[in-house]
Design a binder for this molecule. Structure first.
Ligand code: ZN
Length: 487
């Protein structure tokens, strides 16, 4: 049994998919106006772990992600500029070029972090017609009203608006009013109301704009996610035609905790107002990454990118390890020291895999195991099934490593178990191969040994450096020097 903490019910629940052994999974994708920072990427690593746990447990997963290339404004209050258009103006590129550039950069970073690619990647700009269909449906059912700048959703008309926040309509309105982030524009009826369609400004032309029954403009940010969910997982569209009665509930929807009060709350409202059916069964949310008492944000110009991590000599997977080492529902404090420790742990794991491979070549006879591999496996699986408890799963992995080094038997089996764990952890252990050093390297290593015996340290060190440059490392042990491929 797998347990997930469901934001909707505020408790851990046994996960049950709607269809047997099949899961529809939706992840809110990036707004592609700048490079995703490691705080954003932490959320995607969490989503990746979730997907990998489901796959590990034998589910067939259909994973859908949107790309927000239009409609995400600089303010949550439906005012301000479109983030992508703003970035385009600044860099003198087209909005479409900006979106394409940052979409590519996002998936390049995801690949470096070993995040599995979604099965369907859907751009907001490819779904404008479907957006209009859904808005028309909301209009027909009296959930909308028009202001001078767009079409809005009247949140007071939906009985359980805001349920994801755990607050009722009145309390949510009061809370949002108290927060400085949202201002009530004079034409909005309730502070929680949000735009479905925004009109293009009268005196300037947008790069991304479309005709609609209400006038030229662009969709609101929330509508794209509702539509893409309904289309690819909820099966409520036939081509571009909207068939709300056919809508099916979706298994899991994920994102960062910052999306709960507005974006996800509004996604639910738009769908449930029309379908009268539960939109999503399980809502899972990842916590923030923190830099010395401050949440990392682009506006605070303290964003750290994967590029920066690489430039400092760390591997992107060391960041993944760091993320795995804290639970997704607790905030993670990022520091150089924490990353250094993560890199060291990752190197040790890589070395352990190499040792298993080397031992497997050397040890011909299998000794019976004196430590219980099954128990370690059980502990690992119990941890991942308990609301994705990756720190505990890592602890089980370290127990495997520690026990192995004490006895060093059955390397083949231990290697297989380690790799099966890595199907969830995603630390790239399957890529570690035992490379036999070429003759030249072996000869150099021998020469170095001789020099060391003659206490010619400086010359020996020069040779070590040459060997390292060729992609190998030397490990001096009591039994002699071992040549290992550099990771
Ligand atoms: Zn979304």
């Amino acid at each position: 049994m797998i347990y997930f903490y469901n934001t909707l019910t505020k408790r851990k629940q046994v996960f049950k998919s709607i269809k047997d052994k099949q899961v529809g999974l939706y992840t809110c994708g990036p707004t592609v106006y700048s490079t995703a920072h490691i705080g954003n990427l932490r959320t995607y690593i969490f989503g990746d772990i979730l997907k990998r746990v489901l796959l590990y447990q034998g589910y067939k997963v259909k994973h859908v992600m949107n790309i927000t290339d239009v409609g995400h404004l600089t303010s949550d209050a439906d005012t301000g500029e479109d983030k992508v258009e703003k970035a385009a103006k600044k860099s003198k590129k087209s909005a479409f070029e900006i979106a394409e550039f940052y979409t590519k950069s996002f998936f390049t970073d995801c690949k470096k972090l070993n995040i599995l690619a979604p099965d369907i990647i859907a751009k907001a700009t490819d779904h404008i017609k479907e957006d209009i269909e859904l808005i028309k449906s909301l209009e027909k059912n009296n959930f909308t009203y028009q202001t001078s700048d767009g079409i809005y959703f009247d949140t007071s008309k939906l009985k359980d608006y805001g349920k994801l926040t755990g607050m009722n309509f009145k309390k949510l309105n009061k809370t949002l009013k108290a927060g400085a982030r949202i201002e009530l524009s004079p034409e909005k009826k309730n502070i929680t109301d949000f735009s479905l369609w925004k009109f293009s400004p009268k005196n300037s032309k947008r790069q991304m704009e479309w005709e609609s029954p209400w006038g030229r403009g662009f969709p609101g940010w929330h509508i794209e996610c509702s539509v893409i969910n309904l289309k690819y997982l909820g099966k409520a569209f036939k081509g571009k035609r909207f068939l709300p009665k056919k809508a099916q509930t979706i298994d899991i929807h994920t994102g960062g905790t910052d999306l709960i009060p507005i974006h996800h709350t509004n996604e639910i409202a738009q769908v449930e107002a029309i379908t009268n059916k539960r939109f999503v069964n399980f809502w899972l949310h990842g916590e923030f990454l923190i830099l010395k008492d401050a949440r990392m944000g682009k506006s605070e110009s303290n964003a750290i990118l994967i590029k920066n991590i690489e430039e400092s000599g760390f591997s992107p997977l060391s960041f993944r390890y760091l993320v795995l080492n804290s639970h997704y529902r607790t905030s993670l404090e990022f520091s150089q020291k924490a990353l250094e420790n993560a890199q060291e742990s990752l190197n040790n794991i890589h070395n352990f895999i190499l040792d298993c491979l080397i031992d497997n070549k050397k040890i011909q006879k299998k000794k019976t195991s004196t430590f219980s591999l099954n128990e370690i496996k059980k502990e690992f699986e119990k941890s991942i099934n308990d609301d994705l408890n990756t720190p505990r799963a890592l602890a089980a992995f370290w127990k495997l490593i520690k026990d192995y080094y004490q006895i060093r038997n059955n390397p083949k089996k231990v290697y297989e178990i380690a790799l099966s764990f890595d199907k969830v952890l995603g630390l790239g252990l399957d890529k570690i191969k035992l490379v036999i050093p070429p003759k030249k390297i072996k000869e150099l290593a021998k020469k170095r040994e001789q020099l060391r015996k003659m206490r010619k340290w400086a010359e020996a060190d020069k040779i070590r450096k040459i060997i390292e440059k060729s992609g190998f490392l030397l490990e001096d042990t009591k039994k002699g020097t071992i040549i290992k491929p550099k990771l």
